[in-house]
Design a protein around this ligand. Structure first.
Ligand SMILES: *Cc1c(COP(=O)(O)O)cnc(C)c1O
Length: 455
């Protein structure tokens, strides 16, 4: 042991300082003790003995308080998404509608009818809560809600194809972000993947030829996050429905996005809606709740009554079931779809996607004007936003950014460290804050945070 190391105080000695005793009155003792221990350990590790330790009571209090503040700060925090990617998986995908937030608070504040049948005054099932709304809105015979779309696929494969073979096109053995890879999901579900066709072209006859006595299911995966162009061909869900029916196996359509309304009036074309998908003849249609549907994380299964009933009774359904918070938010979000005009305004993801460029520009102008009032320089520039969340992969939404002047890397780090972190994007050495992915209600906060970061 070196002389310097011996000069480090013990935790007990530091805790005896009057200022530390006062601090323990205000904060949990273990937090203070842990902070002191960590400060001493860091001083030991830096090899300079006690040279970097606080020198007086004030110094110790400051350092300990800083460490406690850091430790008790929540890990999951609200941020402002100024990336221009509307459904950003890393930033929590769809923001919830006000009505969905109210429903969560209402249902989770106290007891609820989660599994209670009010009419009969007896035990009920959580599976009833969104089912009727989902069938009403999509035309499907029945519906079931599980944890997410990946869980929906695992459940469907386990129930219908475990120990048997599942046919999938080579063009659909995709990765869909967040570690969702079709071949891996297959093996996790205990089914043997049988690759059909080629990367760019798969025909109905390829499926017919691959069918055999061990076939348990045919899976069709929506290519949600990339596009194929050129010499390409794929079998339609309708054609595959016939193949599957002839063979007596289910057709499982991993549809993904959960688009509930036709967004072509707003320039987003080419993706089928859930109602379209449900009408195409697949036995089961699987989709996410927190992508274009604009609700909470969930896996929604639509399909034939007998097939959905089988999933509902499968033991895995218990393991993949959703909480009352999810059901409350999903039911409230789905309710908004009874009127499309209301849905596109009240569901934040849809409001962001359908906002006019002029509106986005006006908001960017207003943020720049606010900054100018405080002598801070920024300007407005045209940009292109994207949908994100594995939907409309090639769509570019005309948008507007606030461009901050100054070193982009420094500004980015400062905004990320703010009271509410702001996540922007750097392009050509400039920091851009794209207003299309920012909630309108956050504009004033955004301006305040930018002021703090620049000032
Ligand atoms: C996004 C997506 C998934 C994964 O959905 P999660 O809800 O994140 O589990 C699966 N399949 C498709 C086609 C998707 O687009």
């Amino acid at each position: 042991m070196t002389t310097e190391r011996r000069s480090l105080p013990s935790v007990g000695v530091v805790l005896e300082r009057p200022a530390m005793r006062a601090l323990i009155e205000r904060s949990p003792r273990t937090l203070v003790t842990d902070a002191v221990r960590a400060i001493i350990a860091d001083a030991r590790a830096d090899g300079h003995g006690g040279a970097t330790l606080p020198v007086d009571d004030d110094g110790w209090v400051r350092e300990v308080e800083q460490r406690i503040a850091h430790r008790i700060a929540p890990s999951l925090r609200a941020t402002i998404n100024a990336t221009g990617v509307v459904l950003h998986t890393n930033l929590g995908r769809a923001p919830l509608a006000a009505l969905a937030l109210e429903a969560i608070a209402e249902v989770s504040r106290g007891a609820s009818t989660l599994e209670y049948d009010l009419a009969r005054g007896a035990r009920g099932s959580r599976h009833v809560h969104c089912a009727a709304l989902l069938t009403e809105l999509t035309g499907a015979e029945d519906a079931l809600v599980v944890n997410n779309c990946a869980a929906a696929l695992v459940l469907a494969l386990q129930a219908f194809a475990a120990g048997r073979e599942t046919l999938v096109s080579r063009g659909e053995l995709v990765e869909i972000g967040g570690s969702f890879r079709v071949p891996e999901i297959m093996s996790t579900s205990g089914t043997t993947l049988v690759e059909v066709g080629t990367t760019n072209r798969t025909h109905v006859d390829d499926y017919r030829r691959a069918l055999g006595p061990r076939t348990g299911a045919i899976v069709k995966v929506h290519r949600s996050n990339f596009a194929q162009e050129g010499f390409v061909a794929e079998a339609s869900v309708r054609d595959l429905a016939t193949v599957a029916a002839d063979a007596g196996v289910p057709l499982i359509h991993d549809f993904g996005s959960g688009l509930m309304v036709d967004l072509s009036p707003w320039g987003l074309t080419g993706e089928p809606t859930a109602r379209d998908a449900a009408a195409e003849g697949a036995t089961l249609v699987l989709m996410s709740g927190d992508k274009l549907l604009g609700g909470p994380q969930a896996g929604i299964i639509l399909g034939r009554a007998a097939a959905v009933a089988r999933l509902r009774q499968h033991p895995l359904a218990r393991a993949l079931r959703v909480d009352k918070l999810t059901l409350a938010a999903l039911e409230a979000t789905l309710g908004l779809y009874r009127d499309t005009a209301i849905a596109v305004q009240a569901i934040p993801a849809l409001a962001m996607l359908t906002a006019t460029p002029a509106r986005v520009r006006a908001r960017a102008d207003a943020v720049v004007a606010t900054l100018a009032r405080y002598g801070q320089r920024a300007h407005v520039a045209a940009s292109e936003a994207t949908v994100g969340g594995g939907a409309f992969p090639t769509a570019r939404l005309p948008s507007w950014c606030v461009v901050l002047e100054g070193d982009a890397v420094t500004l980015e780090a400062r905004l990320r460290a703010g009271a509410v972190p702001v996540i922007g994007r750097i392009a050509d050495g400039r920091l851009l804050l794209d207003l299309r992915s920012v909630l309108e209600a956050e504009d004033a906060t955004l301006a305040t945070l930018v002021r703090a970061a620049l000032g």
